[in-house]
Design a protein around this ligand. Structure first.
Ligand code: GH3
Ligand code: MG
Ligand code: MG
Ligand code: MG
Length: 313
């Protein structure tokens, strides 16, 4: 097998080569029917700090892709019984998988294959045999470009937290995930009270600082698995997996308590405190996303009506 030529490297060379790659904190999937190549690549990439899973055939890879979120896929073309193209087309037809960066690893240095793969949406094409260092550098470059793209597309530039676009995409994935779970999934809408007054009194710049301050307060008081996004102007939204409506209400009440006591921003020797009104709703399997959002929004509206500065379910 030609792919093995480059693999006959001395064992002492097998140490971390790319510290950069480790800093990406990435989970990679190798799909290749060549056992030796798979385990070699897995070992090297793990030494470089990546989490690496592998599959020797297309069907196994499909199952894994639905169980885990991958940052990048390396895909062999010549495999049995299904070829790499079968997985390729499957990926590109699935809205949740089509954006995963993909590098084709192929023993065929063939113009038609290369052109076909790039047309199908491959991000890179590496022919075997290859040098590990070059593949690692390509993986790093691709992950970096993807991260930059995601930063631009999915982050709110003012607060640095996720934006509405990301939220709209991610909330559907969470619903899919929890459809199979026997665990609660909750949503909270947060709207700053009388925010217009802050802008009108102190100017837009202070308003911006307050938005940044509240985003920071929220982000640092929720779990890593919770999803916080800026929903609109002075409205934030949080999706909380494994949290009931009651637990979510208590979480938001604690944050509100914190906001009452501690200013969220300061400027020119002045400090600025806010309160907010929040609405919470727990999802039930089968409930459409729009209905779920409306429930949380209605609870938030009720909190405003009842005098603001409170959290309702
Ligand atoms: P309520 O308690 O009923 O929510 O009153 P409110 O004043 O917070 O609500 P309203 O919707 O009337 O005002 C929201 C304000 O948020 C109006 C808008 O100028 C301001 N705003 C929206 N986006 C931004 C932003 O990015 N920066 C700043 N400084 N202000 C913003
Ligand atoms: Mg093969
Ligand atoms: Mg509002
Ligand atoms: Mg408001």
């Amino acid at each position: 097998d030609i792919s093995l030529i480059e693999l006959e490297m001395d064992e002492q060379k097998e140490q971390s080569t790319s510290l950069m790659l480790g800093s990406m904190h990435c989970r990679l999937l190798i799909v290749d029917d060549d056992d030796v190549l798979r385990s070699y690549l897995q070992r090297r990439l793990q030494l470089d700090g990546c989490i690496v899973d592998d599959a020797s055939d297309v069907e196994t890879a499909k199952v894994m892709l639905h169980q885990q979120t991958y940052d990048l896929i390396m895909l062999d073309l010549l495999m049995h019984p299904l070829s790499g193209y079968e997985l390729f087309e499957y990926l590109k037809e699935d809205p949740t998988l089509q954006w995963i960066p993909l590098i084709v690893l192929s023993g065929r240095n063939d113009l038609n294959d290369k052109v076909r793969c790039f047309h199908l949406g491959a991000d890179d094409y590496v022919t075997k045999p290859f040098q590990y260092e070059e593949l690692a550098a390509r993986i790093y470059g691709l992950l970096k470009r993807t991260k930059n793209f995601e930063q631009l597309a999915f982050r709110d530039p003012l607060t640095g937290i996720f934006n509405r676009r990301y939220f709209d995409h991610q909330i559907r994935l969470e619903m899919q995930r929890f459809e199979r779970y026997e665990a609660p999934l909750s949503l909270a809408f947060i709207d700053i009270d009388k925010f217009k007054t802050i802008n009108d009194t102190y100017g837009h710049h202070v308003g911006d600082l307050v938005l940044q301050g509240l985003a920071h307060l929220l982000q640092t008081n929720i779990r890593n698995t919770d999803l916080l996004a800026r929903f609109g102007g002075e409205e934030f939204v949080i999706v909380l997996p494994n949290s009931t409506e009651g637990q979510t209400i208590r979480t938001l009440q604690a944050i509100l308590e914190h906001a009452r006591k501690q200013p969220v921003a300061q400027s020119d020797g002045l400090t600025f405190s806010i309160t907010f009104s929040a609405g919470v709703a727990e999802w039930q399997p089968g409930m459409p996303v729009q209905e779920w959002l409306s429930m949380a929004d209605a609870a938030m509206y009720k909190a405003k009506q009842q005098g603001r500065n409170r959290v309702y379910g």
